[in-house]
Design a protein around this ligand. Structure first.
Ligand code: CP
Length: 290
């Protein structure tokens, strides 16, 4: 049976911690490995992407493999070929496939019919590859992750959910502070807050994400009003632990969820976090295709 990576919950704590350490090793050794030599990886993008596309395409290449960028409007899938048939064909030509798509039901169907590994490059419900990079960034900044407090401030969306799931597996205390109507559902191990100041107390990492995600454009103004008190600025960071870092999965909207002082300031690890997408995903591919 192929190993899939759909939500992150597929990993044990030992596997996750080993993956984070392997990612840090890969970052130090920029030559990578030949884990994918002679093998191809399909990357299906049904939504726009900068970081995910760059990091996967470059990462597969650095592992000696061939990345195939697949856009549904250039495939028969975009003309109605069933996902089941697409999964069966992909399985005959490539060794793994990632998909960035809408509903989680789509990636679940792909995984049901594929005989190769399927991994999640973002769905409406989850963004587990992002959470891997976030944990790599925390691991290289702080070392031991056990009991470390990470506070996510903002919309309880796919990024928050993946942080709660994978952070919980890694042993973090994940807190999610959101206004009424935008809260994450209860997830084992995650603590939900309404007050962002209370939520960041003792936090070593303060994390934010866009207020208007892809697909939420129709409710943009409503979201900006509801989330206005959840901006990550220097004043909020001052209420966290003295060595707290700021994280953001990007793209950022300066003046909305984050200030320019934080995004480009001394306390952020956001640009390392973005680079760590590549290293984390290389370690993930090594694990899935071992
Ligand atoms: N963080 C993230 O997934 O970025 P992209 O949308 O640019 O891939």
């Amino acid at each position: 049976m192929p190993r899939h990576f759909l939500t992150g919950a597929e990993l044990s704590r030992d596997e996750l911690l080993a993956l984070l350490d392997r990612a840090i090793e890969l970052r130090a050794d920029r030559l990578g490995s030949d884990a994918l030599a002679g093998r191809s990886v399909g990357l299906i993008f049904q939504k726009p992407s900068t970081r995910t596309r760059l990091s996967f395409e470059a990462g597969v290449f650095e592992l000696g493999g061939h990345p195939l960028i697949l856009r549904p409007d250039e495939m028969q899938m975009g003309r109605g070929e069933p996902l089941r048939d697409t999964a069966l064909i992909l399985s005959r030509h490539v060794q793994a496939v990632g998909i960035r798509t809408h509903d989680d039901a789509i990636i679940e169907e792909l995984a049901r019919y594929a005989t190769i590994s399927v991994f999640n490059m973002l769905t409406a419900g989850h963004h587990p590859c992002q959470a891997l990079a976030d944990l790599v960034t925390l691991r290289e900044t702080f070392g031991d992750l056990g009991g470390l407090v990470l506070t996510y401030v903002g919309d309880g969306n796919n990024v928050a959910r993946s942080l709660a799931i994978l952070g919980g597996i890694a042993g973090l205390e994940v807190r999610v502070a959101s206004p009424p109507g935008y809260a994450l559902e209860p997830i084992a191990g995650a603590r939900l807050f309404e007050d962002p100041v209370a939520a960041v107390r003792d936090a070593r990492a303060v994390y934010t994400d866009v207020w208007v995600s892809m697909g939420d454009e129709a409710t943009a103004e409503e979201r900006r009003r509801a989330l206005a008190a959840y901006r990550v600025d220097d004043a909020l960071l001052d209420r966290a632990a003295p060595d707290a870092i700021a994280l953001h999965d990007l793209p950022a909207h300066v003046g909305e969820e984050i200030t320019a002082e934080v995004l480009y300031g001394d306390r952020q690890r956001i640009w390392d976090q973005a680079e760590n997408r590549r290293h984390a995903q290389k370690a993930l591919l090594e694990l899935l295709l071992r």
